[in-house]
Write a protein that binds this ligand. Structure first.
Ligand SMILES: Cc1ncc(COP(=O)(O)O)c(C=O)c1O
Length: 330
């Protein structure tokens, strides 16, 4: 691992491996949102997108437990599943390259050339791509197929999105920050990040913005899994039509924050901010101290027409190693 390319919190987090609870100091990545919008009083934003040039957002936290498991496991490589724009596959390939671990990526769909920018990065970092048609990919949770893949590649199999029990452990440290706030807002996909941090939030309420139209599946899962003492809400009306779907309101929201200097991604953090803005406008947040989590995902903007706006050119990593807009506050 080229530790010098990491910010101090990322270095500390990785240094803590293979401990299940990684003690990164994240306060340095927290800033007032009012620096971007005067309306956003009493709100801080945790800029996990600034954690590292490539391994940014919640990814390092979700991978931490899996990497720890790999370190103690004696397998040859890491293997996981995702779509052609997956933030998880991107981060896993980067981690593999930096840690010197071979990585096999099972990618949903048929190989199309040119590769998406996401997959092109993964290949450039040495990951092996294996394309799976929809029927095959649908078996990604099937223990028989997972066992077959484990044997075929001598691999530690990581669930799609970096979820599962091992994915929870590294997220706890994020929850510790929330104790100073009334509400913690974050975008939700598999729900792993929120479940992982939940045990540490104290009296702070978790407000999850579901990026997926899942017919209540995440809610049912959280009802079973969230610690009983934790107050939480899941907002199911900000997914803009479903996972990775976009509408005008979302695009306008992203452009507004772009103009203010805060880059968002269209799959997760854009939807988070759309929901947050709605709550702010309704006055729901009066008197509440809010922490928003910027969970990264900016690499995914490269696949979206209309998001390479002038002045907001998102590149894999800037000269300082960060993935960020070309202009606006640092
Ligand atoms: C940028 C970004 N934000 C939020 C999430 C949602 O995280 P989780 O799947 O842990 O709910 C993801 C998916 O991992 C993501 O890539």
């Amino acid at each position: 691992m080229a530790a010098e390319s990491l910010t101090p919190p990322a270095r500390k987090l990785l240094a803590a491996l293979p401990l299940p609870h990684c003690g990164a100091d994240l306060t340095a990545l927290t800033e007032p949102l009012a620096g971007y919008s005067a309306l956003a009083i009493n709100t801080d934003i945790l800029r996990l997108d600034r954690l590292d040039g490539v391994l940014s957002g919640n990814k390092l936290f979700k991978l931490a437990g899996h990497l720890a498991q790999f370190a103690s496991g004696g397998r040859r490589c890491l293997l996981s599943f995702g779509g052609p724009f997956s933030n998880h596959l991107h981060a896993l390939a980067a981690a593999g390259q930096r840690l010197g671990i071979p990585v096999v990526l099972i990618v949903r769909g048929y190989q199309q050339l040119p590769l998406t920018p996401t997959l092109a990065d993964c290949v450039s970092w040495g990951a092996q791509l294996v394309f799976a048609d929809r029927r095959t990919y649908a078996r990604r949770y099937d223990p028989d197929w997972q066992q077959q893949l484990t044997a075929q590649y001598d691999a530690l199999v990581i669930p799609e999105g970096g979820g599962g029990e091992a994915g929870l452990s590294g997220c706890r440290v994020i929850g510790e920050l929330a104790q100073a706030y009334d509400q913690l807002w974050l975008a939700v996909g598999s729900g792993t990040t929120a479940l992982g941090l939940a045990s540490q939030v104290g009296g702070c309420e978790i407000v999850g913005v579901n990026a997926v139209a899942d017919q209540g599946e995440r809610r049912r899962h959280w009802q079973q899994r969230m610690p009983a003492a934790v107050r939480w809400r899941l907002l199911d009306d900000a997914h803009c039509g479903g996972f990775a779907r976009r509408n005008d309101a979302l695009m306008e929201c992203i452009r507004r924050w772009d103009a203010a200097g805060l880059a968002l991604d269209p799959v997760y953090t854009g939807k988070l901010m759309l929901a947050y803005e709605g709550a702010l406008a309704r006055g729901d947040l009066a008197g509440q101290r809010v922490l928003l989590i910027h969970s990264g995902g900016l690499q995914g903007r490269r696949g979206v027409a209309g998001l390479d706006l002038p002045g907001v050119k998102v590149s894999p990593a800037g000269a300082d190693g960060h993935l960020h807009p070309a202009s606006g506050p640092a």
